[in-house]
Design a protein around this ligand. Sequence first.
Ligand SMILES: Nc1ncnc2c1ncn2[C@@H]1O[C@H](COP(=O)(O)OP(=O)(O)OP(=O)(O)O)[C@@H](O)[C@H]1O
Length: 853
Amino acid sequence: MEDDGFVLNFAAAPAAPAATSNVSTVAKSLNVKGGWRAKRQAAKKIIKTKAKELAATAPPPAANKTAPASDAASKKRSSAAAFGKTLDASAKKSKPASGAKSQVVSSLFTSNPELPETTAPPPTEPIPEVPAPAPLPTFTATTFEGCGLEPVLCAHLSAKLKVTRPTPIQRASLPHLLQFAERDTVLQAQTGSGKTLSFLLPIVHRLIRAEEQYQHHNVSPLSRSLGTLAIILAPTRELAKQIETVLNQLLAYRNTLAAQAEKGAETPSTTKHKHWIVPGIVIGGEKKQSEKARLRKGVNILVSTPGRLLDHLKTTQSFEVGNLRWLVLDEADRLLDLGFEETLRDILKILQERKDAATKGRRRIMVKSWPAGRQTILCSATIQQGIQKLAEETLDDPAFIKAETKDKKKGKEMKEVKDKAADVDGETAESAETIADDDAKKKTDEDVEKTEQRHSVPTQLKQSYIVCPAKLRLVTLVGLLRNLAKPGRQSKIILFVSTTDSVDFHFHVLANGYKAPARHAEDEEEEKDGNEDEEEAEGEEVDGEEKKKKKRETPKGGELAPADKSLLQTGAETPTLPGALLFKLHGSLPQSARAAAYEKFCSTKQPSILICTDVAARGLDLPDVTDIIQYDPPADVKDYVHRIGRTARLGREGRAILFLLPSEMEYLVVLRDQALKVEEMKADDVLKELAESKVKEGEGAEGGGGKVGKMRRDQKKKVFEKALMDVQMEFERFVLADLQNVELSQKAFTSHIRAYATHGASERHIFHVKKLHLGHIAKSFALREAPTDLALASLAKKKENEEDRKKKAPPPDAKSKPGAGTYKRKAAMLVSSASEFGDGDVKSMQIKRFKRK
Ligand SMILES: Nc1ncnc2c1ncn2[C@@H]1O[C@H](COP(=O)(O)OP(=O)(O)OP(=O)(O)O)[C@@H](O)[C@H]1O
């Protein structure tokens, strides 16, 4: 595309400082005769003069301090400033239906920060090549049979699940887990590499074996009366359900057996497999009574979320766990992160007590091929130091199994790790890509440790970032979504935002806001008459109470989905993205809505977009996801890895795009230090495409196609920028037309700012609230100004308190002292409030501006 440099010439004339930019504020402070209008005129003059002075004296923006602006750049700046002026002059007032005071429509193209140098410093070390976790070509030692898996299961895997060859992590873990029943184990492998089967298969294998071994005994080891033998814990309900589905598929092996027997194939007799292995699930949001009934009957393998499991352990008398042999923590690092620490500790304590009681009461059965005690398996794509503490407490002499590549540079050292693993695990090493035993790990040098700490992602996953000023975020998002979810493109997009309120807002606004027929006749007239008086006096009543009511009840133009209805909606078609379906998922939705959104997004063949919090970041194997958009950067690099891991699974292609503000570009260094290779995507290109399509739509409507093509470059630029302003205005009008919309938008804004403050300490210098221009951020929530300074004040205060608390709190490792753990728990909960489990604590924020008098 030809580079007009047309939109993102962010460097507009330096903005007047906040204190002087607000006409009303300045006007109030003036002692001028002639009433309010005269005061305002005087205030405007003062601001203009001040801005000119500042423009003459202001130093170049911080990001550009090192490099003097080129002539071309300064030309761009002045043209942007000129254009900004044009738009500012034509800025029109629009009355919010809410009865709020009228607000100024500020241009999208003024006062944007200078775009910093986009080329981040090169990574400190070359980025290691990581292969796709696709199943490897056939080797005898790399088949499931070669790994030692029960033939019944091997046959079932290939006949019914169409899984014929193990992935690297399966090749590494299966022989180990099948050989060492007692050994606690940590599994780490890339996202989408088949870890679920890695821990499920050995458990099912040992249950099948036990039944064969004990077929002549009175009591089968699979008898439901013996209670639960294995528990699998997952941090989210969706992930727990997904694991249960895979488990159900595996346990249907008896059907395969029966089918083979019918065909006269030589298979182990079904008489050897009298019992079905009974799976079960207990998760939050479901009816506890029916769960209790299932547990009473007996569940062999139970999948659960931690809170609900603890609840049943405490309250369901008939829940028998005295015979428990396996405990799996999937996404183990997350289970720790989310403030589940205490819950996990309680669970482990109760399990131990029940085991001791069962042993004492001689209710614990002994089976040759099962662990005498309990085997605990921890599993994640991002297990790092964070896991050590939990690992030490939970695991006994754990083995670390990791499947990843040979880092070319560190090959020698890694080989040492592998060789050691080979010695330890004998036959296992034959099929293992890399097995890093814990002892071997200690022997590696610092470099290897560093490599180990890096997160590995599939190489076929294309990672990009898009630098976009806050004001332009919403239109850029719309442009990008329209581009990716084009009709005819088989696309499934996951859009991550930081809070539940933000999910609700974006879902509602994208579903209903664009081309929404919410323009009121009087608004349009006011816009047409180009009233010079841009702002209403503060506190001036715009609409009568009656008028407001009427507007809320019957928006002109009809068909506007009422906000409250839309909030419960889970899937919607939208004119913003023609032909695409929109879904939303977060932790505050009713369970039925969560399940419906999840299922529909999985099953639809239409281009679709799932707007969600980090509730969908981990473990979910959503089929055919093509693109991940991280509209809000994640709270942690680990989350970045998991979020992008929802695409490019098992060797498939996929793309991930990260939105960054110009002030956040240092995050690229963080990513590149983690060997995460991100490339730039130009926001300008995205915007240009959106503007073009918008202009074409307009031309089509007026029947004057092709006019823009013949325009001069500067004319075209203006037309395009106007088109983008129109898109933004559509959303702003939509929000202002309804009090509920305004509140939704304000809630989303405040929770977004709060979540922003919860970035980890190591990244806080990049994601610092003080760096945010709240007015510009408000624009990205289709608001014309930040709801109130109260948000910032409250936030700053909370942060201050938090820092004070931190100073006073005991160090996190002082866990033996009474009250220890609280500090960490609180911190974890604070982080969680930025994601699916928190609501951004907006309730405590006062939303003053639009409240009725
Ligand atoms: N050996 C195999 N051959 C073919 N497909 C497989 C194999 N093992 C697993 N799969 C499929 O690969 C996909 C990803 O597997 P899974 O969800 O277990 O990945 P994961 O490593 O747990 O990912 P995450 O880290 O995101 O949780 C699933 O659709 C699963 O059915």
